[in-house]
Design a protein around this ligand. Sequence first.
Ligand code: GDP
Ligand code: GDP
Length: 450
Amino acid sequence: MLPVVALVGRPNVGKSTLFNRLTRSRDALVADYPGLTRDRQYGQAEVEEHPFIVIDTGGIHGDEEGIDALMAEQSLMAIEEADAVLFLVDARAGLTSADIGIADHLRKQNKKVFLVANKIDGIDADSAVAEFYQLALGEVHQIAAAHGRGVTQLLTLALTPHIEALGQEQTPESEAAQDSEEIDAPEENDKIKLAIIGKPNVGKSTLTNRILGEERVVVYDMPGTTRDSVYIPMERNGREYTLIDTAGIRRRKNVTDVVEKYSVIKTLRAIEDANVCLLIIDAHEGITDQDLSLLGFILEAGRSLVLAVNKWDGLDEHVKDRIKTELDRRLGFIDFARIHFISALHGTGVGHLYESVEEAFVSATKRISTSMVTKILDMAVFDHQPPMHNGRRIKLKYAHAGGYNPPIIVIHGNQTKHLPVSYKRYLMNYYRKSLKVMGTPIKIEFRETA
Ligand code: GDP
Ligand code: GDP
């Protein structure tokens, strides 16, 4: 289970600066798709190869109106669901009443809180942060988020040990944790973990019900908290699947009146844990910013992707045409993903989803040999040479496979950092066609050779 770290603090203390610093390294794949902007509130980060979800909770003011009233619902949930909170204060501004208000709130949450004094650059840090000890939240960690000072130390010395300890505690505790561990077992390579992803009301539960109604299902009655998806094992045409149900239909059945709260964190965790994501879009609403943001997460995590436009029943032909045009215009850059038009309600088109899911999974986990990727590179360069830079031709010499799920291709050459985006896209498409890879992004990395 991916740990969640929430950044909390009043406006202007440097939360988004820290957020950007933490999430930047994971941004590469998303940056390859100019149509997508990353969600500035939710992202993935990594410390010493431990990935975690980082959340910028944004709107906490902590003033006299009461912080509860001022916090967005998702921000509140984020703190509730977080495994750790980084509570930022401004070392230059000093202690404010808002800080005290937030500290009181956090104390009530009974949460692991790391107090972080930001902006220590160019000031006498030790004396500036002394007053923050009044908050009685333990050590005051000193950082300058804008310059990166102290950030690695904060992560490796404070956060990582806490996150690791949490992981060990959780294991024997809940059945759900045990079950998801079984599912995580690396030798079960041919079992597809399929996450059904989409904003509220796109039809996730309806689709899950439809899929489960048609297939033989081994139903587990799993205890769950709001932040956990439900993992449902199923089989189809001899292929084993684990359906990751972010809508939580099992619980809806049992507890009649409780409507599951939509949780971004639950969705992020499901994406990270899946092999293939089925992203549902609502035909009645078209493509929304929330859809694009979910798409960004899926790409950021490097997951395989199948798109399903749901509620395709009962639409006029001209409405269908308009949606297809919009898809082309706004999602045309995701040229690797298959798009299905379905009705979860009536079952139309649902059966064909498996073909694309299967194809995406096989593509993402395909083993690629060094000789093959180098040969493809040679052909690509032969067909269309890289441009010159400063009077010298950019040289691409050889390539090897750097990983899979998503497939990573590492290309060695000279002056590779000057390779234009258009040429990178050309290479990407060349590899996609040559390797017959569909449904998964391909990541190309460049290395400078002597
Ligand atoms: P947020 O509202 O908490 O998300 O704060 P921002 O990240 O937007 O930062 C607020 C302001 O503080 C911006 O002008 C940043 O450039 C500045 N800032 C952030 N981190 C530092 C730092 O480490 N040192 C200094 N001197 N300024 C910083
Ligand atoms: P979730 O929040 O994503 O799980 O969405 P639900 O499965 O609860 O569906 C939200 C609403 O959309 C419900 O009223 C469904 O009946 C409706 N709905 C779901 N799928 C379809 C569909 O294929 N066609 C139509 N017309 N309505 C649908």
